[in-house]
Design a protein around this ligand. Structure first.
Ligand SMILES: [Zn+2]
Length: 419
């Protein structure tokens, strides 16, 4: 008897909590927005005049729990889940994103679920009639899922700045979206080391698209052209689609900007904030390339990812008792090897093949090191050389038959960069 009472009590509590959560979810909804016409499907059961219930995905919330909280019957939530699965598994929904339930204004029945799975695509799970007669009778509809590209409105934008302390700071000073500056730095990652190369009065300018939805700025899109002037030397990159499998950035002569080595083993997005112009000395512990320190030191927080600057094979990965601490050596070919020292973590093993940009370990302060930094060496024919001074052959050129198209296409970008 006692047991039954406990059970009843327990169920009552669940009911109350459930109801409160439900109420809360309704009051939290940022809005039941009117629909734009969104689904061209002719079998769509309802006209586009209903409302959107927005459910924010919070920490530890699952698809099933969110649906239950919104009062979606279990069977319905499973039907939607099953229909979506071949296209997108709703188990993978991400914190901070939003699930939209499109509900019939009159009956409150759900006839569509929408979820932006990433910055590019949106999942639509729609209730479709099996016959041409519009009905919500269970036997006469089914659920169908598809991914559609998010229909951003694109606006062309030109941004520019002058370096006073760092590229990152210049972006902030000019109110440029930091994501656009990271993309710009990525386009130059084979040419410029943005930790070490920038100098005061360097300038940059670039042309890119901004993505809008309903007149609201969402994020930067494709960069079409970029210019960086480093100590008077001008570097240009132009985006070009030569063919389906050759898309990317090319220099003014039509050579791919991708080279055998990245300029820096630490990506701009990690060294960006707080990094100042030029080589850094902190209590004399971080050094540039000298006759006694034939390496470059990158000051960065412990745990900062380190990437292999080129394709290669791991020749050493482990503890080095000569002072390097946790140490990785990557052999790129018969001529070049790069070494990475004082790491906190090592992600690769001896003999492993790595590709350019693969994260191989993280910044630490192991071995003879007085503070967190990466000690980076480039070895050419057994001699330690200055990695930033090494001149590498240009990347693969655009094929002759496509060059005319390339030069014609970049003309407008060049004009915008020159203006
Ligand atoms: Zn060093």
């Amino acid at each position: 008897m006692k047991k039954i009472l406990y059970t009843i009590f327990f169920l009552a509590i669940i009911g109350i909590v459930g109801y409160l959560l439900y109420e809360k979810s309704i009051s939290n909804n940022p809005g039941n927005t009117d629909l734009n016409a969104i689904n061209p499907a002719t079998q769509q059961i309802k006209a586009a005049t209903d409302r959107v219930e927005k459910i924010k995905i919070t920490k530890d919330s699952t698809y099933g729990a969110l649906m239950a909280t919104s009062g979606v019957p279990y069977k319905l939530s499973v039907s939607i889940y099953d229909a979506a699965k071949p296209v997108y598994d709703l188990v993978k929904i991400r914190i901070g994103r939003i699930i939209e339930l499109i509900r019939d204004k009159d009956t409150d029945e759900i006839y569509e679920l929408r979820y932006k799975i990433d910055t590019e695509d949106e999942l639509f799970v729609s209730r479709m009639a099996t016959s041409s007669v519009a009905t919500s009778s269970e036997s006469e509809y089914f659920w169908q899922a598809e991914l559609r590209p998010i229909p951003y409105e694109l606006r062309l934008k030109t941004a520019a700045g002058t370096i006073k302390t760092s590229l990152y700071q210049a972006a902030l000073d000019n109110e440029i979206d930091i994501r656009a500056i990271i993309d710009l730095a990525n386009a130059f990652q084979w040419e410029i080391d943005f930790a070490m190369d920038p100098r005061v009065n360097d300038t940059f300018k670039f042309v890119y698209e901004e993505r809008y939805l309903n007149n609201k700025y969402i994020m930067p899109g494709q960069i079409f052209a970029g210019r960086y002037v480093n100590v008077g030397k001008q570097f240009d990159v132009y985006y070009f689609e030569e063919s389906e499998d050759n898309i990317g950035f090319f220099d003014v002569d039509g050579n791919s900007v991708q080279k055998m080595f990245l300029k820096a083993p630490v990506a701009f997005k990690y060294i960006s904030s707080g990094y100042t112009t030029g080589p850094r000395y902190v209590g004399g512990q971080y050094q540039v390339f000298t006759s006694s320190h034939r390496a470059i030191d990158y000051a960065a927080a412990i745990g900062t990812p380190i990437r292999s600057v080129g394709d290669g094979t791991v020749m050493s990965a482990g503890w080095n008792s000569q002072g390097y601490g946790n140490y990785i050596s990557v052999r790129h070919n018969g001529t070049y090897t790069t070494n990475y020292a004082h790491l906190s973590k090592i992600y690769v093993k001896y003999g492993q093949k790595v590709s350019q940009s693969d994260v191989i370990g993280t910044v630490g302060s192991t071995g003879f090191s007085t503070g967190p930094h990466l000690h980076y060496e480039m070895v050419k024919n057994n001699v330690k050389i200055h990695p930033l001074r090494e001149i590498l052959p240009p990347g693969k050129p655009i094929r002759d038959e496509n060059k005319e198209r390339f030069f014609a296409e970049i003309k407008k970008w060049q004009k915008m960069l020159d203006d």
